[in-house]
Ligand binder design. Structure first.
Ligand code: TEU
Ligand code: CA
Length: 538
């Protein structure tokens, strides 16, 4: 049984914003806090009641804010602390929550701590990072190349799991733990309601033993951050790198007093052989991951994070759906498959209008530090054309193009005469908020109805989940219920077919193609949600 605290979180719907790409308010081509403030009603009307902001702290932006140079100040391009106060007030006055993105594993090399630390071995910050005279192992950076970089000022090597300018903090130093506690407290006092925590399992390492994550102090460190009485009510979602249930229980079981939930990423592999190589796949593979994790999290009373997109992932509908002729059907069918399950929903900006993956003809169109690193590597052995194919498929820029608000030049993201920091999405003239809202087939309207259904019916939030379709079926049927009150969710995959149901239903209250009955012939990617009247048996 989900603990009471976790039950409450199943009533949160979290809208993830990539601030750089959401809405520019001052015509410099970069999204900002005032832009976000101007769109809070749009988010509220969708039915989200919380916003997760990707990092908006001071940063030189080598990794778009995941390289923080001051955790208690705002990135110049995004605005000021008073804009942040206004945003918090704007959210709270609408009954909405704010979730900030804490990056505790590493700082920018421009952070004051690093600038002091590199000066030598005898200053208060000298042990804030990992310094070695010789490279201790062959660890590779996630963004390509060695994870060790020589710093000529200090005359030693430091560790960077990500970009060269993202130096890993040494969490074995109690002063680092204290600094990070102060940062959590600072934002909690300001009214922040929760945190998404970047690379949480990386903060404890055992370098001698060759472990760069899940180190021996991990759980003490997490409790030091979030287990303290003053902050233990906050919602916390960790970005971990584990799909091992024992590990997940250690992070998230409610009595552990650590995190509320972790993102589990294994379904991100749907539709790809690796990050830059597509694989033919279908909704069935997503279904299999979802069914597996519903059972595992249920068995262990864990809160599951329901998500299919974020700022690091090319859009799911382009990988397992049909993002051309059946884009609306794919986007809404997948939404019904995922977001009526048990857990806490996360919706990434643009997902609510069915934004697909993007495509460009030149490497000049890309910005993402990760994909540029891979491009250089692939270019050593592959043709320009082959490389572009890979980068178009896997680049994180897919999810980072400016939000398309309308079909005008620059899509209402920034002024028409301005140059947006990243090219507009190549399909933004066709797919944008204005066009979606005006369409008979509006993805936004479908999400809005779905979220309202979740809000009004506790069965969808923490009711039991029962999977009725079989693994070999090319459709997905599940029910959500509390006692006698039960709902059915029916989602067809790609092929038209008849779906026979073992129960009588009311007319569907939600359906992407306006069907009148829950059973019968289903078009490709058609779905329906209906209240169950009585079981009739198969
Ligand atoms: O990502 C951490 C992470 O584990 C990455 O390997 C992630 O899986 C990769 O970016 C996917 O392509 C987080 C942030 O989400 C990411 O945006 C940052 O670049 C990274 O941390 C470093 O802070
Ligand atoms: Ca701006």
């Amino acid at each position: 049984m989900l603990s009471e605290k976790y039950r409450e979180f199943t009533g949160w719907t979290i809208y993830q914003i990539y601030p750089r790409s959401f809405k520019d308010s001052n015509g410099d081509g970069i999204g900002d806090l005032q832009g976000i403030i101007s769109r809070l009603d749009y988010i509220k009307e969708l039915g989200a009641n919380a916003v997760w902001l990707c990092p908006c702290f001071k940063s030189p932006n080598d990794d778009n804010g995941y390289d923080v140079s001051d955790y208690c100040d705002i990135m110049d391009e995004f605005g000021t602390m008073s804009d942040m106060d206004e945003l918090i007030e704007g959210l709270h006055s609408r009954g909405m929550k704010l979730i900030l993105d804490l990056v505790p594993n590493h700082t920018s090399t421009e952070h004051r701590w690093f600038r002091e630390s590199r000066k030598g071995k005898d200053n208060p910050y000298s042990d804030y990072y990992y310094w070695f005279d010789e490279i201790p192992n062959d660890w590779q950076s996630s963004f390509g190349g060695s994870a060790w970089e020589y710093d000529p000022v200090r005359g030693q090597y430091y560790l960077h799991t990500f970009a060269v300018s993202q130096a890993d903090l040494n969490w074995e130093n109690p002063a680092v733990v204290k600094e990070m506690q102060d940062i959590v407290d600072f934002w909690a006092r300001k009214g922040c309601d929760g945190f998404r925590i970047d690379v949480i399992d990386g903060i404890s390492k055992d370098i001698k033993a060759g472990k760069n994550r899940l180190g021996p102090r991990l759980h003490d460190d997490i409790r030091a951050l979030f287990g303290r009485e003053a902050v233990s009510h906050l919602f916390t979602v960790g970005e971990g790198n584990t799909d091992d249930i024992e590990d997940i229980v250690l992070h998230c079981a409610s009595e552990r007093n650590e995190l509320s939930t972790l993102f589990i990423f294994d379904h991100m592999e749907c539709g790809r052989a690796d990050k830059f190589t597509p694989k033919k796949d279908s909704l069935k593979s997503l279904r299999d991951h979802l069914v597996y994790w519903q059972a595992e999290t249920d068995r262990n009373d864990l809160l599951y994070s329901l998500f299919i997109e974020n700022h690091d992932q090319p859009q799911m509908i382009s990988r397992i759906g049909n993002d051309k002729e059946l884009r609306y059907e794919s986007a809404t069918d997948i939404a019904a498959m995922v977001y009526l399950l048990k857990g806490v929903p996360f919706i990434y900006q643009g997902q609510e209008i069915g934004m697909p993956a993007a495509r460009y003809e030149s490497i000049e169109a890309f910005d993402d530090v990760e994909c540029l690193g891979y491009y250089r590597k692939y270019r050593e052995t592959l043709s320009e054309e082959e490389c572009l194919e890979k980068i178009n498929f896997g680049s994180r820029d897919n999810a980072r193009h400016p939000m398309a608000w309308d079909g005008s030049r620059n899509n209402g993201f920034t002024d028409e005469g301005a140059t947006p920091w990243l090219l507009p999405h190549n399909r933004a003239a066709e797919i944008n908020v204005k066009a979606d809202l005006a369409s008979q087939k509006s993805v936004y309207s479908f999400y809005r109805k779905l979220l309202e259904l979740r809000k009004n019916n506790k069965e969808f939030r923490y009711g039991d989940v029962e999977i009725l379709s079989k693994p070999e079926d090319s459709f997905f049927v599940y029910t959500r219920g509390i006692g006698e009150s039960k709902w059915a969710v029916i989602c067809n995959f790609e092929a038209r077919q008849d779906i026979e149901l073992p129960f009588e239903c009311e007319a569907p209250v939600l359906a992407n193609l306006n069907r009148a009955t829950a059973g019968g012939s289903y078009a490709p990617f058609e779905c329906a949600v209906a209240q169950i009247l009585e079981y009739t048996g198969v």
